[in-house]
Design a protein around this ligand. Structure first.
Ligand code: FES
Length: 97
């Protein structure tokens, strides 16, 4: 099971491969917004994947379009609800709002 390390809290959580990063963050007790409940419509679950990007799912069109509409995105940006964990550990940064 991949381990998700969460910044800036420093929390870690083991999550099943095939589950979303959003699910892992919620499992870890992080207070990450997810207003559309994982439909790639709200953009509120924006995170930065600092390490392990190659092991998570590729960005699909709906996610890409939503990221284009969010202020403050960068090359490491993902929507946590759309990023599916692979077998490798990842480190993510939850923007402080
Ligand atoms: S929860 Fe709305 S885009 Fe991820």
């Amino acid at each position: 099971m991949p381990v998700v390390t969460i910044q800036p809290s420093g929390n870690t959580v083991s999550a099943a491969a095939g589950s979303s990063i959003l699910a892992a963050l919620l499992q870890a007790g992080e207070k990450i917004p997810h207003k559309c409940d994982g439909k790639a419509e709200c953009g509120s679950c924006h995170i930065f994947v600092q390490e392990g990007r190659k092991s998570i799912s590729k960005i699909q069109r709906a996610e890409n379009e939503k990221l284009d509409a969010i202020v403050g995105v960068g090359s490491k940006s993902r929507l946590a609800c759309q990023a599916i964990l692979g077998e490798e550990d990842v480190t993510v940064e939850v923007p402080v709002i």
